[in-house]
Design a protein around this ligand. Structure first.
Ligand code: ZN
Length: 210
């Protein structure tokens, strides 16, 4: 809001009147320059937020909702959104032409696809008994860390983690957070102590060993 007489950008609002149309908010202001006291008018026009279709997946199910965004807001996969059913991370954007893209401006988008950040991470666990594997799905906190060489109890097995498959790669060293892990691979070990027990985190199991 630059003063037309002296160019100062510091002013005091004496009056403001808001006029709303369907897509815009127009704010008419009466301003007084703080440097030379000149009184002048200005208007600020803002696009109003509008509602966009948002589909949030929670493991196997998905929930449809709407989210309010400014039409010129830029969205990108990996960004998180706060929806009426909680935080969700954008996984894909569908444009009005029906294309799936990684980034777009809200007004070009028909549907936002996201996955919920409010639910635990679901991780696969495979314990390899010489070629035959016990397979589990466990739900753990999203930031729970699995490290290669962790000794883990599950049911009556104790195993050591040998590798971790994340969304991007298979790793044989280091650690990863549950939120990016697809599967953890381990081999049974003959130990009585362990770092943690996943037995009460089991969602499903397929046991081959007997
Ligand atoms: Zn002025």
């Amino acid at each position: 809001m630059e003063c037309p007489v002296c160019g100062s950008e510091s002013s005091t609002t004496l009056k403001s009147k808001k006029i709303s149309s369907k897509s815009k908010d127009i704010n008419e202001l009466l301003l007084k320059c703080n440097s030379c006291n000149f009184v002048f008018r200005d208007t600020i026009t803002e696009d109003k937020p509008s509602k966009f279709r948002l589909i949030i997946s929670e493991h196997e199910k998905s929930i449809k909702t709407l989210i309010e965004l400014y039409p010129d807001e830029k969205l990108e996969t990996g960004n998180s959104l706060l929806s009426d059913i909680g935080q969700a991370e954008i996984t894909s954007l569908e444009t009005k032409q029906g294309k799936r893209v990684e980034s777009a401006v809200a007004k070009d988008i028909s549907t936002i696809w996201a996955s919920s950040l409010e639910i635990p991470a679901r991780v696969g666990i495979s314990v390899d008994f010489s070629g035959k594997a016990d397979s589990y799905k466990v739900d753990v906190e999203r930031d729970f860390k699995f490290s290669v060489d962790d000794v883990v109890k599950i049911n009556d097995s104790i195993f050591k983690i040998k590798s971790i498959k994340t969304l991007k790669r298979l790793t044989k060293k280091g650690f990863a957070k549950a939120s990016v892990i697809k599967r953890v691979y381990g081999i049974p070990v003959n130990l009585n102590s362990y770092d943690y027990d996943l037995t009460n985190k089991i969602i499903s199991k397929k046991l081959i060993k007997k």
